[in-house]
Ligand binder design. Structure first.
Ligand code: FAD
Ligand code: NAD
Length: 477
């Protein structure tokens, strides 16, 4: 007998599982198909929980603690003994965090009455879904609605083919069993910077080869410049305009050939991470008569509400246009579930936060100064440094600044950009302000608690009009 459901979700990553849960909350019968087997166990949570956001942040936090402790706390009046690295224990802790969270998602699906089918899903014509279990049994499901949430996978490049444990993608870079002496990274994007930082803190000499000659082109220029300066000081050797032309693996090492402004070059590494972007997973997802169209870049084509080209079929997350971010996938999943349940729902694509979890963190929301100018705004900006913030100084973590971009004509905030301690959390103040259409004056008039890192947000808003208190600003009003 054909199994029926109000909703079949293909993919149990952050987009898919949040869609499934929200739909179940709204009273729909839901089946979620997820095929991932992680370390021998069927696992929900997608890239994010298994091999992405969570394990990378676990290693970022562990390596940060190790590096801090090794550098010493003498200036705090704390002396420590010899600091040793137990990499196996560090990796095991990461795995435990992953296990706890993926197990938690399985409980959430169960508790919400959602059926998790372990295996692969393929959309057929007429909103039928072919499910193939890991054992190869095939079953046809009839869905009233379908959400495609198959996510993404690392882009591979012919000049740097993956070779077990030597040339790896981001997943392999979470599993090195020893600290590479010399580590190469292709791509100075988010993954390159985060995972490059992890291994640099643990002792690797890290060289990052980036094809483009501008650092972090999507970030505000002031933030990108400061980030490059700080990360370089931390030991990341970032080579811009470096085009990799080939790699050769021999005796457990990899020789990377590349060209940059200085001409043809070679570097020899113990390990190489290829982090040059991700692409949508569409192989085996759609039958030829499913009716679902792809766009010119191979993503499932959707409108602003994540509706695909077949009525009742939605696609979300990394599988569709836009930034590949877990929180974007989650909100799209919730939006799609609500629309399917007959509710009005929308998602503000202009206000998606970006965070790079280096130390200090880098985060932004809304427009960069460059984009606001390109869009014709009469722009005013304000910037304030953590260097003179009492709380940042007290904790000895005072690099970076907060920058606001605003419309000089209306005083409306257009963007917020932060590099500094807890930037990934502080940035949410900008999200809320922008979402509510706040003016710079709204922020100036608020009373921020003292002593907090957030006082830098207040001062940056004051600085827009030349009236920051803890800086000598010439403007008199
Ligand atoms: P995915 O998480 O990729 O989930 C899709 C799931 O669908 C997969 O588990 C896959 O097995 C399954 N699937 C695919 N096809 C089928 C099929 N036919 N049948 C059944 N199942 C199928 N984002 C952030 O916002 N913050 C971060 O800090 C962050 N860090 C990251 C670090 C790394 C190293 C990486 C690689 C990514 C990181 N990301 C981060 C990106 C984030 O992981 C993705 O944007 C997010 O996981 C996308 O969610 P999704 O649900 O669209 O897809
Ligand atoms: P990315 O797009 O952020 O960066 C890839 C970089 O590689 C770019 O700078 C690009 O110019 C460069 N590049 C491409 N081809 C190259 C080549 N042949 N040689 C040298 N450089 C080359 O992609 P990523 O870092 O792989 O991350 C993939 C996705 O995962 C991103 O979309 C990102 O949003 C997401 N992610 C997010 C986070 C986070 O939110 N903190 C963390 C990790 C990953």
């Amino acid at each position: 007998m054909t199994q029926q459901a109000d909703l079949v979700v293909i993919g149990g990553g952050p987009g898919g599982y949040e869609a499934a849960i929200r739909a179940a909350q709204l009273g729909l019968s839901v089946i979620c198909i997820e095929r991932r087997v992680h370390k021998g166990k069927p696992s929900l949570g997608g890239t994010c929980l298994n091999v992405g956001c969570i394990p990378s942040k676990a290693l970022l936090d562990s390596s940060h603690k190790y590096h801090d402790l090794k550098a010493g706390y003498a200036n705090h009046g704390i002396s420590t003994g010899e600091v040793k690295l137990d990499l196996a224990a560090m990796l095991a802790r990461k795995d435990k965090v992953v296990d706890q969270l993926t197990g938690g998602i399985a409980q959430l699906l169960k508790g919400n009455g959602i059926t998790w089918l372990q295996g692969s899903g393929k959309l057929l014509a007429g909103k039928q879904v072919e499910f193939t279990s890991h054992e190869g049994e095939v079953q046809i499901l009839q869905a009233k609605n379908v959400i495609l949430a198959s996510g993404s996978e690392p882009v591979q490049i012919p000049v740097a083919k993956l070779v077990d444990d030597v040339v790896v993608d981001s997943t392999g870079a979470l599993e090195f069993q020893s600290v590479p002496k010399r580590l190469g990274v292709i791509g100075a994007g988010v993954i390159g910077l985060e995972l490059g930082s992890v291994w640099a803190r643990l002792g690797s000499e890290v060289i990052v080869l980036e094809a483009v000659d501008q650092f972090l082109p999507i970030a505000d220029r002031a933030i990108a410049k400061e980030t490059q300066k700080i990360l370089t000081k931390q030991g990341l050797d970032i080579r811009l305009g470096a085009r990799v032309t080939g790699t050769q693996v021999a005796n457990g090492q990899v020789t990377v050939s590349f060209t940059d402004a200085k001409g043809e070059q070679q570097e020899v590494f113990d390990r190489l991470i290829v982090a040059v972007g991700r692409r949508p997973v569409t192989a085996g997802l759609l039958s030829s008569d499913s009716g679902v169209s792809l766009d010119e870049r191979g993503f499932v084509a959707v409108d602003d509400h994540c509706r695909a080209s077949v009525p009742g079929v939605f696609a979300i997350g990394d599988l569709v246009r836009g930034q590949m971010l877990a929180h974007k996938a989650m909100e799209e999943g919730v939006m799609a579930a609500e629309i399917i349940a007959g509710h009005h729902a929308q998602f503000n694509y202009d206000l998606i936060i970006s965070v790079i979890y280096t130390h200090p963190e880098v985060a932004w929301v809304g427009m960069t100064e460059e984009r606001a100018k390109a869009e014709g705004f009469d722009v005013k900006t304000g910037q304030f440094a953590f260097a003179v913030n009492g709380r940042a100084l007290a904790s000895d973590d005072n690099q970076g600044f907060v920058k606001f971009v605003a419309d000089a004509k209306t005083d409306r905030l257009l963007g917020m950009h932060v590099i500094g301690p807890a930037a990934g959390d502080i940035i949410h103040q900008g999200l809320i302000a922008l979402e509510f259409g706040a003016s710079v004056e709204d922020l100036q008039l608020m009373c921020f608690a003292h002593p907090t890192l957030s006082e830098v947000v207040h001062e940056a808003a004051l600085a827009v009009d030349g009236r920051a208190i803890h800086a000598i600003q010439r403007k008199r009003k």
